[in-house]
Each structure stands twice: as C-alpha cells, then as structure tokens.
Design a protein around this ligand. Structure first.
Ligand code: NI
Length: 173
C-alpha cells in the first residue's frame, strides 16, 4: 500500500496537460493505479487523477460509496479510466459544490454538464463506454480536467462561491 501525499494547487505538474498512456496492461500502470486507489481512499476522496500524485499521465480513478465527504451522493462504481474522452450529451449545465484533494479544506460551486458520455480504457486494456448524469458525470468531468491542467477554481464563474468547507457548511451559501 502506498499513500502518496497529494500535490497541492500551485505545483506545476497540476497545470500540465498529461500524456496519453499505452492502453495495455503493464506493471507500471498497475502500480500507479494501486497508488491512486490507496491515496484516494486514505483521504476519503471521490476521485483522483494521476497528476495529483505527481505522474503526468492520462489516468484517473473514481468511486463513490458511503463516502463521509459526500453523504448524499449517488453511488458510483469503482472505475479506472485510462485516456478518457468526454462528450457532453445536450447543453444542460448544473451547478454543484466540489472539493479537491489538491485544495484541502476548500470548496466551490462549479457548473458541469448534467449528462455526458465517457469513453476510455480500464487498467486491463478493456474499453469502457458509459452514459451518466448528475454526480457521476460531475466527478468524471472534475477528474478529467486534472488531465488538462485545470483545477475546479478555474471553472467557478463567481468567486463568491469559493471558500473554506467548514465555513460554507456552517453558514450555508
Ligand atoms: Ni481534484
């Protein structure tokens, strides 16, 4: 088990466009995915992208099941997505609160496409294609942004909707 200290906003790797991965099973990919799961679960995250553990490759993991950070969120199956591609289905956007393990203690309200199709490969090289909406779609969009050097504050239209999670939970928004 390897829990890696997540890189924090301001680290240059988080601003880079990550490189595509050969979508074939490999020992390197397996080790990276293990580190992503271990780190994400140790920090109660809903998802984690490889750049957050210092690896600038197009790999993300996500899972939502009984997460204390997201008590009301719908379940999202544990998924490894290599070289993901997102296609919005329709124009409808939805605003919702997001947090990120690279920006500890903060949260912000971010518009995301409500309904998307995503494609990619599993760590075993099998192709994945899903149509999802709501929180599942939000998590995938957030994680895939990391692969293009984007963090959620860059998506907040109104900076008033950005602050410390404890304050926002205590005082509402
Ligand atoms: Ni994040």
């Amino acid at each position: 088990m390897a829990v890696i200290k997540a890189l924090r906003m301001g680290h240059p790797i988080l601003g880079q466009v990550a490189a595509s991965v050969d979508p074939l099973p490999s020992r390197e990919l397996e080790l990276l995915v293990d580190d992503l799961w271990d780190t994400m679960r140790a920090l109660d995250g809903a998802g984690l992208a490889a750049p957050q553990v210092g690896v600038s490759l197009r790999v993300v993991v996500f899972e939502v099941a009984d997460n204390p950070r997201y008590p009301d969120a719908e379940t999202v199956p544990p998924t490894v997505l290599v070289n993901p591609h997102i296609e919005p289905l329709g124009e409808r956007m939805e605003s919702g609160w997001e947090a990120c393990l690279s920006i500890p203690g903060m949260c912000g309200r971010v518009p995301r496409f409500q309904h998307i199709r995503y494609r990619g490969f599993s760590a075993e090289g099998e192709s994945i294609e899903r149509e999802v909406s709501g929180f599942h779609a939000r998590v995938v969009q957030h994680e895939c942004d990391h692969l293009n050097g984007l963090l959620y504050p860059q998506r907040i239209p109104e900076l008033r909707d950005f602050g410390f999670s404890e304050e926002i939970e205590a005082w509402g928004s």
